[in-house]
Design a protein around this ligand. Structure first.
Ligand SMILES: [Mg+2]
Length: 237
């Protein structure tokens, strides 16, 4: 069944949607002394940590790994992860996903309003270092940017996406959120927004279960050529 919907603006999560960033690696490499790094799988990262503010992510990871005194150890684990992340970013251990660049550049060329919305404070730094064309960086393609704002609640609270919609001056119901984490899809739904789950390496089922309107394995599956009346969004269930 295909039920055509359109949206007036796109809101993009950054880590895992636009950038292959070293967050997961930094969380894993910061684990020795707290829990066994071998048990920190990509599935665990996606289900428990991705999209959450740092301290909440640290605590959720330690709890999922049954580490002793997860709540108490979370502060030190989060601090060590951030140190590791800074080192990895400094070393240039991140890239933009080519399909994401194609979509965002095509949408920007058509003048479509887009916002970047990551809870991570490192998103701006990394996006600013990705060159696209004519001296522009990836960051320059977004008309609104709410990355790294100090917000009291993380996803699945819709606050960050609602802020992005407000900055875009588009009503939430007319925005479509691109997310790779189930918690981000939940946030989009809580904000009454449409959502597209991005499952490049699997993980489609949890995104569907979280309520994504559409799940794709590549952003090349979002047809920019059809954007005469808005972002195309095909509801597949
Ligand atoms: Mg993400």
């Amino acid at each position: 069944m295909v039920d055509a919907n359109t949206a007036a603006a796109g809101i993009f999560d950054v880590d895992g949607v636009l950038l292959a960033s070293p967050h997961e690696r930094a969380w894993r490499e910061a684990l020795p002394g707290f829990a066994d790094p071998a048990r920190f799988t990509t599935a665990l990262y996606q289900a428990k940590v991705a999209g959450k503010p740092r301290l909440a992510g640290a605590r959720a990871a330690l709890e999922a790994l049954a580490a002793p005194d997860a709540a108490g150890a979370a502060v030190a684990y989060a601090a060590r992860k951030q140190e590791r992340l800074a080192t990895l970013i400094e070393a240039g251990c991140f890239t933009a996903f080519p399909d994401a660049l194609r979509l965002v550049m095509a949408a920007a060329a058509r003048g479509w309003p887009m916002a970047a919305a990551s809870s991570s404070r490192n998103a701006n730094q990394m996006m600013g270092l990705i060159r696209v064309d004519g001296g522009r960086s990836l960051l320059d393609l977004f008309s609104a940017n709410v990355c790294g704002r100090d917000l009291p609640r993380g996803k699945p609270d819709p606050e960050i996406f609602l802020l992005a919609a407000r900055d875009l001056r588009i009503s939430p119901q007319r925005c479509v959120v691109f997310e790779d984490a189930p918690v981000g899809i939940e946030a989009a739904r809580a904000g009454r927004m449409m959502s597209i789950g991005v499952a490049r390496l699997g993980g489609a089922a949890p995104l569907r279960a979280a309520g994504a309107d559409l799940v794709v394995t590549s952003l090349d599956d979002v047809a920019v050529g059809d954007m005469t009346d808005g972002w195309p969004l095909r509801r597949t269930t």
